[in-house]
Design a protein around this ligand. Sequence first.
Ligand SMILES: Nc1ncnc2c1ncn2[C@@H]1O[C@H](COP(=O)(O)OP(=O)(O)OP(=O)(O)O)[C@@H](O)[C@H]1O
Ligand SMILES: [Mg+2]
Length: 307
Amino acid sequence: MELSLQNITKTYGKHLALDRFSLRMTPGIYALLGPNGAGKSTLLHILTDNLKASGGTVVYTDDSGVSEPVASMGARFREKLGFMPQAPSMYRNFSAERFLWYVASLKGMRRAQAARQIPEVLHTVDLSDAAKWRIGTFSGGMKQRLSLAQAILGDPEILILDEPTAWLDPNQRIAVRNYLSQIALNKILLIATHIVADVEHIAKEVIVMDKGRIVTKGSPMALAQSVCGRVWQASACAEDVEAVQARHRVTAISPQPSDPSRFTLRILSEEKPTSDARMVAPTLEDYYLDTFGEQAGFQSSIYMEEI
Ligand SMILES: Nc1ncnc2c1ncn2[C@@H]1O[C@H](COP(=O)(O)OP(=O)(O)OP(=O)(O)O)[C@@H](O)[C@H]1O
Ligand SMILES: [Mg+2]
């Protein structure tokens, strides 16, 4: 199976949201990373046939090698697809279970298949106890998990997820990440996210995009390695933190448990930033911050732990 995006272009009026975007995907997890407005959701809506591209084609190739443009497949493509949109719309008065029955009918699932799978997917997203609750009473995280449940219902071979963990607490994020990693063997999964840590260990390929174009793509490790030699860890007292920030990109500041007046800084720098700094192994997040730090209005994050 292969899904291929070929020169996808999308304009909204005069605004070019996607600029000849091309990508080939085979089973495995692909992560789409990029700042706000990069074009991620636009791309996913085109890929799921919810939005018409201004140019280019999406082509699906099945296991026997037969290729067909998605636009001409219609329902035959949609039944292979699970989509979790960034802003899901769900009927407030439906219960979670009734909503999933509704989605099952839209997906053309047989009754017996839906009756078996609905409790399964509710269990997967940890909503079994809330199956009969009205969606209007759900928290943001519960709605998001229900949206994931409707995407995986029917066991589709292509899963497109737009910011799937944005509202989840850390434990739920880990659960979702592990689940996605387990089901990815025979499926194409495309995940758009800002949360780099969620895809760092599970994606086979990371596609970094900005302004509608691919900036780079590669394995998480290859991208992380590209900032090797530029990631440092240093220790500084509270008064010195600002001076280091004025000269270097400080990507994290955390108080030291043994001495709360001192901080551990993570720094991106071509040269050794302070005399005591030591080089550390880079992560995908370091690469991301190095690429988008300036335009994200670079701000270091202070993690105020219990001290
Ligand atoms: N319906 C629309 N009409 C006009 N412009 C739009 C529309 N949808 C998106 N855009 C513009 O297209 C660009 C890409 O938007 P898109 O939502 O695809 O970005 P994104 O990468 O998903 O961002 P985010 O990380 O905030 O979700 C943005 O500049 C946005 O303002
Ligand atoms: Mg988006």
